[in-house]
Design a protein around this ligand. Structure first.
Ligand code: GLC
Length: 472
């Protein structure tokens, strides 16, 4: 048995690092700003914190494969099945849904994650409480397909969503629950009478309103559990944008054109309930546009330009959202540049780290966060609570401001030390501007718009992924 599952895991390894691109072409002119004062207040607080952690964790992590998607009967790269059961969809689904029988993340220690994320300068968390496969990483009473029904159930921390949210909250984080609207386990979504053809509901909700209504209630009830039993929650991050009313489909977006049925789950009812328990809650009904998408979420990409509406890029620290044994991590330099680029354009970065089957991160994830933290502890002053400043980005420069202070980031190339002179591109500096490098008191001289950096100062600053000039 053990051997069998090891072989299976090995056969599946090759599969994971492909993801579905679906959030790039949204029409942002349709953004609807919230009017509820508590939501507005939370949104502006969230916009100030800039940097958050996303974690994709589920039973798929045990096989080291893509999150959920291998269950989806679509002929797409990211849905590809691997391993001994892959030749038969029904057999595969059964084997996949048996993973909980052996799922046992005995090294689970959310305090260590929260500490590492805090040291990196992160200030909010979004955790996958339920992905498309329908496996609840919380103790839902509406399903048996859940973390508290695995060998891990005897662990006092088995309700992992509760433990994770509490650990991060204790470190001062805002917290968010990722929740997939589609649920490929429950038989009111993939109704077994028809085999599923793709990611969508397997029947027409208009023809079978009694089944669809059950699904709506199920969704509502599970979200209500998350909004009542898990302490204060700031963000309800809803994924699976194909579950949406027909009227919200944007015909210019290719993946939305293929949605076959109206899948209206009554977001107004869900949001009202959720906010009755969590006043001011940010609701992020991804890609749907309108009242229940308080901010937009470009995925694995950074907009080309500054965007005035609230937004967040979610990006992976490696290549995949979910754990794969051999992950290809981005450098700390790249991650710092990503954060600065996003903040300069008015957004937040939600950076994904994927816990493994035993409940641990790759060691590299801790290392990258530590390196980012070193940089943030000196340069975070130009990140947190700042506002974008035109020209936002110009060449190797990125700009933000706070009050009358201008922050000018110079995004150095790998290994590039501070040169003797630098001229911030696209920025006009007053002749009497007071300039220093973040973390260094030495006042720098300005000559004809060019900043002079004495060798001694450059040596003191050392080599950094990006250099921050503070200008008053
Ligand atoms: C992509 C993936 C999905 C993941 C999401 C995170 O849409 O397909 O599995 O949860 O990105 O943003």
């Amino acid at each position: 048995m053990k051997l069998k599952s090891t072989l299976l895991a090995a056969a599946l390894l090759l599969g994971g690092n492909i993801y579905a691109q679906q959030h790039s072409e949204q029409d942002h002119s349709k953004y609807v700003a919230p009017t509820d004062p508590l939501v507005k207040e939370k949104l502006s607080k969230w916009q100030d914190v800039k940097f958050g952690l996303l974690m994709h964790w589920g039973t798929y992590s045990a096989w080291g494969i893509v999150e959920s998607w291998s269950l989806c009967p679509e002929d797409e790269g990211w849905c590809e099945r691997r391993g001994p059961h892959s030749h038969d969809w029904f057999e595969y689904k059964k084997a996949y849904e048996d993973i909980p029988k052996t799922f046992n993340p005995v090294k689970f220690n959310p305090e260590r994650w929260a500490q590492a994320a805090k040291n990196a300068g992160m200030k909010y968390l979004v955790f996958t409480t339920k992905h498309h496969d329908g496996f609840a990483m919380f103790d839902s009473k509406y399903t048996d397909y859940k973390i508290t029904n695995t060998p891990f159930k005897s662990n006092p921390k088995s309700n992992v969503t509760k433990e994770i949210l509490a650990a991060f909250r204790n470190q001062g984080f805002m917290t968010g629950t990722y929740f997939s609207k589609p649920d490929w386990h429950t038989d009111t979504y993939w109704w077994p009478y028809f085999p599923p053809k793709d990611r969508n509901v397997s029947y027409d909700p208009k023809k079978r309103p009694e089944i669809w209504n059950k699904f709506k209630d199920f969704t509502y009830n599970q979200i209500e559990e998350l909004m009542t039993d898990y302490g204060s929650v700031d963000i309800l991050w809803l994924d699976g944008g194909w579950v949406r009313p027909f009227s919200t489909i944007d015909p210019n977006i290719s993946w939305q054109k293929t949605i076959p049925y109206d899948q209206d789950i009554d977001m107004a009812r869900i949001a009202k309930m959720a906010r009755s328990h969590q006043p001011g809650l940010l609701v992020v009904d991804r890609t749907v546009t309108g009242e229940f998408e308080n901010y937009v979420t470009p995925e694995q990409s950074i907009p080309d330009h500054y965007m005035s509406i609230p937004w967040e890029s979610c990006m992976t620290m490696g290549d995949s959202w979910s754990y794969i044994p051999k992950e290809n991590f981005k450098s700390a330099q790249k991650l710092v540049h990503t954060l600065v680029d996003i903040v300069a354009k008015g957004g937040n970065l939600l950076l994904n780290v994927a816990p493994g089957p035993d409940g641990e991160w790759h060691e590299e994830a801790y290392q990258r966060l530590e390196e980012m933290g070193k940089w943030m502890s000196i340069n975070g002053v130009g990140i947190y609570e700042t506002k974008p400043l035109a020209p936002y980005r110009a060449g190797k420069w990125a700009y933000t401001k706070k009050g009358s202070t201008t922050y000018a980031f110079y995004l150095a190339e790998a290994g590039e030390k501070l040169p003797a002179t630098l001229k911030p591109e696209g920025l006009t500096l007053a002749a009497n501007a007071k300039i220093n490098l973040a973390g260094n008191k030495k006042a720098l001289k300005l000559k004809a718009g060019t900043i002079e950096i004495p060798t001694k100062t450059a040596t003191e600053i050392g080599q950094q992924p990006a250099y921050l000039f503070v200008i008053n």
